[in-house]
Design a protein around this ligand. Structure first.
Ligand code: F6P
Length: 467
């Protein structure tokens, strides 16, 4: 079996395990890579002044060799906070209004990808499979090809690919699209994402399509398919079962004092629809006064990308909104919304999911959303909670037995909350069984195997036409 090299911006640094919110990508990849072994290269999360970047930090943990690099302060500002998170992120989440395009940031993005390529190059063996992840590193294969790398290289996009009218509004759309043609296999979360990508490519005249999944650009051909990412379904279910024994679980039950728990767990991000969700919850409580004092929404929202102005503004907006609802509807012994900005460890989260009657997973746009999947896996078969899920999350393509909502429709979501809380046991069990079947049929290990199966079959690529 060829060695696997994974590259992603964010890496769960082994000596900091469990201390930071790792994000869906890092958690999913770690399970997949631990099972197979390999090398994982990425950013250490540290930055330093110009010229301060030292050699790669090499670490081994479980089955994985980690190669971590620092970046300069300027790199982080231009590449991570700049082009990746102020241009690509908002555009891929349909927020053209929030995209702040600048040439300096764009140049920084390509420069850092060139730098990642130079760090990776000496580590690549002839037969290694290279798997690059997410929007931070789109140009990496083209950089490697220019430096003579002929290995099979795959790319998986964890976030949505938007409709052409949105994507093509980005000034450097051609460079980004052309970069993607340097890969051998392109993976998207949903068919819709893959079709949006194909439409962009064809509309720009950058390639031709021979069938649903095969594309040709000059002398190169590549595959583009959808590979919906999964979770460790069985392991997460066991984690949730065991969580009932923890002291946090007992304290939480005590503090709920018989009230029903509704849960929301999201990074603090405008794509997650948190303000619309709080509006919907307030609307539900106002229209159903009998439910007041009977339920509590626990919204766990670790702060994220705080240096990016749009995120900083959102932190203030959500905190104010939660405070306003609590002030307006709360009583001396009941707080409608418990708003928490810290991240919890996975066992604690698993236990809270299992305790909850309802999860509100209502992003305005999301590549997949693994919280939705983990919530389902954590439920007890005898008395499962209900998943209320945005139809704009990739997970909605697989979890068709969730209560699907349009998160922009605040009143519709409020009605769905009422319906979900009143749902009879039999319906809850039927829906849960349907969703568990989907999660068992496509867990994170099968996701990884399917992608790598496609990546490892095929010839080493021609690359002369990559400029
Ligand atoms: O899933 C999308 C993603 O950007 C991942 O790439 C990342 O690990 C996660 O969200 C958390 O974001 P960040 O690394 O910016 O904290």
């Amino acid at each position: 079996m060829s060695r696997l090299i994974v590259v992603s911006n964010r890496v769960p640094v082994p000596d900091k395990k469990g201390t930071a919110p790792a994000g869906g990508l890092a958690v999913a990849l770690q399970s997949a890579l631990e099972a197979r072994g390999g090398l994982w290269l990425g950013w250490s999360g540290q930055s330093c002044p110009q010229d301060g970047v030292g050699p790669l930090r090499m670490l081994r943990d479980s089955n994985i060799d980690y190669a971590l690099t620092d970046l300069t302060d300027r790199d982080v500002e231009e590449y991570y906070q700049g082009f990746a998170n102020r241009v690509l992120w908002p555009i891929c989440h349909y927020r053209l209004d929030l995209a702040e395009y600048g040439r300096r940031e764009m140049a920084g993005y390509f420069r850092v990808n060139h730098f990642f390529a130079s760090r990776l190059l000496p580590l690549i063996g002839e037969d290694d499979l290279i798997w690059i992840h997410d929007y931070h590193l789109i140009p990496l294969a083209a950089e490697l090809r220019r430096q003579g790398v002929k290995n099979r290289i795959g790319f998986f996009l964890h976030i949505p690919w938007p409709a052409p009218d949105v994507f093509l509004a980005m000034p450097v759309n051609d460079e980004i699209l052309t970069s993607l043609t340097a890969y051998d296999v392109l993976g998207f979360q949903t068919e819709n994402d893959r079709e949006n990508f194909a439409d962009c490519l064809l509309r720009q005249g950058l390639g031709s399509r021979s069938d649903n999944t095969h594309f040709t650009v000059g002398a190169r051909s590549f595959t583009a398919r959808h590979y919906p990412i999964g979770i460790e379904t069985e392991e997460f279910a066991k984690l949730a079962q065991r969580a009932a024994e923890t002291s946090l679980h007992k304290r939480m039950l005590q503090s709920l004092d018989g009230k029903g728990l509704i849960i929301g767990v999201d990074r603090l991000d405008y794509s997650k629809g948190i303000t619309q969700r709080i509006d919907a919850f307030e609307n539900f409580l106002t229209r159903n006064p009998d439910s007041q004092r009977k339920v509590t929404l626990l919204q766990i929202t670790p702060k994220s990308r705080s240096e990016v102005p749009e995120y900083e503004a959102m932190q203030r907006a959500v905190a104010e909104q939660a405070g306003r609802v609590n002030g307006a509807l709360g009583t001396v012994d009941w707080v409608p919304i418990r708003y928490v900005n810290r991240s919890l460890r996975r066992p604690a989260l698993a236990g809270l999911y299992r305790m909850a009657k309802l999860a509100l997973v209502t992003p305005l746009r999301d590549g997949m959303n693994l919280v939705a999947k983990e919530f389902v896996a954590a439920q007890s078969e005898a008395d499962p909670g209900v998943l209320l899920l945005s139809r704009f999350a990739g997970a909605a393509q697989e979890l068709k037995d969730a209560v699907l909502v349009n998160p922009y429709d605040v009143e519709g979501t409020a009605e769905a909350v009422a319906r979900s809380l009143a749902m009879p046991l039999e319906e809850r069990r039927d829906r849960w069984k349907g969703m568990m079947k989907a999660l068992r049929g496509n867990d994170v290990f099968s996701w990884c195997d399917t992608f790598l199966g496609d990546l490892s079959t095929g010839e080493q690529g021609a690359f002369e036409n990559i400029v």
